[in-house]
Ligand binder design. Structure first.
Ligand SMILES: [Zn+2]
Length: 477
């Protein structure tokens, strides 16, 4: 049944994983995968509803004798983060993901794997089409564009849902049951800058080879942010001679910790900076804390530069790059869990401004607003503007609900293991969906997926098998 993934206990979910991996499904491009889900629904005579945002709801009637039980909502998102290695040739609009199996580990060749959230979609398709399992009425909601601000979930018509219990399949750790997540907001800070044209001697500095990762789930792992590190590089060089910025570029996705940054500078006296440049690599390496960042490289090459920003603009950017970044506060009750965080995700130099994308996260709205206000205040101070968008709510579930205990029992029975309720710093669609369906109680579960949102993304195959077994056991209850 499967073509690539071998030695699995439950071939059906892996079959679907292979099928959806053939369908390009980068965020914002979910039409084809949504149509595929509809095709499966039609083939299995299941009721479906598809909206103009490519959200799909498929309903499966209860097994015989279970018609009076409460319905269960299963939910996953169809889109995936499109990240690839610089050297990889891959068109996320048309190329299939090339799956690679190495023993128990599934990865992709040079790109994100899309186990986030392909594993959830595959498990739901398998549950919908597996005729051998016993279950109450099932509502399976496949949402679109989650990775670019929970877009599908924010636009779905929740009057279509009758379930009062939901399992979201979008977490990345087998041994936890998620009962709460952060809310978030994205901010675009625009700093007007003017350029002076000329013929200057400068340096192009590139920082790369950092691991990056998910700006929620990986924010407390001590991984370096390429932009923040570039700010340190600029401060270091400026000690020798003032360096005006010509351009700065880096990062791509607002929810990924940036792995690369490129800066072009014009020093007032380049001869004074030459010596410091030779020390830059070892200076920046001294900031590496996480093992995953050991692949860092720093390149500095002399270049001719045609235009340069004012010193004032350079200082404004330096101020922005030195804002506190990463975990800002930890939770009082559990000080190892991040409470609020900010990720300086993306920088672009445009004709008359520099635009900088941030994502802020917090469990509570009031904490989220602290981060927003910091950015607003900075904007006022440096004569810039902020635009806030894609705000979504946090979600606080019930640690002692029957959903949690039933999942724990099912996991224990199917896999002889223990799962613990916990909160995650990432955002999940649970906040929007529980706000949309009154009285809906939710948990979020998942299999072991590592290095999400990076080309290093991997999934443990036996873990997905165990989550499928647990799901079957859970639905049997
Ligand atoms: Zn996801």
């Amino acid at each position: 049944m499967t073509e690539i993934i071998k030695n699995v206990k439950n071939p059906l979910p892996f079959y679907f994983f292979e099928q959806i991996s053939k369908i390009p499904r980068a965020s914002g491009n979910e039409k084809e995968v949504a149509n595929y889900i509809v095709e499966i629904a039609i083939k299995h005579s299941l009721q479906y509803y598809i909206d103009e945002h490519n959200n799909v709801l498929v309903t499966k009637s209860a097994s015989v004798g279970r018609e009076n039980e409460d319905a269960i909502l299963l939910q996953a998102h169809t889109d995936m983060v499109a990240e690839k290695n610089v050297a990889t040739k891959h068109d996320f609009k048309k190329d299939p993901i090339k799956l690679l199996q190495n023993g128990n580990i599934l990865s992709a060749s040079g790109t994100t794997l899309g186990a986030d959230d392909g594993f959830g979609v595959s498990i739901m398709l398998a549950i919908l089409t597996d005729e051998s399992i016993s279950h109450p009425k099932l509502e399976c909601l496949f949402t679109s564009a989650e990775e670019i601000g929970l877009v599908g979930a924010s636009k779905f018509d929740y009057s279509k849902i009758s379930s009062k219990k939901m399992i979201n399949l979008d977490s990345a750790e087998e041994n936890t049951v998620i009962i709460g997540c952060c809310g978030g907001i994205r901010t675009e800070l625009t700093i007007p800058v003017s350029f002076t044209n000329g013929n200057y001697n400068g340096y192009k500095i590139t920082i790369g080879g950092l691991c990056g990762g998910h700006s929620g789930e990986d924010i407390d792992r001590g991984r370096l942010n390429a932009h923040i590190l570039m700010g340190k590089a600029l401060e270091f060089l400026k000690d020798a001679s003032f360096c005006s910025i010509s351009s700065i570029h880096g990062g791509d996705k607002d929810n990924a910790i940036p792995r690369e940054c490129e800066l072009v500078i014009v020093p007032d006296d380049i001869s004074l900076v030459d010596k410091k440049i030779s020390m830059l690599d070892s200076y920046l390496r001294s900031f590496v804390k996480a093992n995953e960042d050991k692949g860092i490289f720093v390149k500095a090459e002399k270049v001719n530069v045609n235009s340069v920003m004012s010193k004032e603009a350079t200082n404004k950017l330096l101020k922005t790059l030195s804002l506190p970044n990463g975990v800002l506060t930890y939770r009082e009750v559990a000080p190892i869990l991040p409470n609020t965080s900010r990720n300086l995700a993306r920088i672009r130099t445009n004709k008359s401004n520099v635009s900088i994308g941030f994502s802020s996260r917090a469990y509570l709205e009031k904490d989220l607003m602290v981060s927003v206000n910091t950015l607003n205040n900075l904007a006022i101070e440096i004569g810039g503007t902020t635009f806030h968008h894609e705000k979504y709510p946090g979600w606080q579930g019930e640690p002692s609900s029957s959903l949690v205990t039933n999942w724990q029992k099912a996991y224990n029975k199917a896999c002889q293991g223990v799962t613990m309720p916990t909160l995650i710093h990432a955002g999940l669609e649970c906040g929007l969906i529980t706000a949309g369906v009154s009285g809906l109680n939710a948990i979020s579960v998942g299999c072991n997926v590592h290095d999400l949102h990076t080309p290093m993304e991997t999934m443990e195959i036996d873990s997905m098998d165990r989550i499928y077994d647990t799901m079957i056991e859970f639905l049997k209850q």
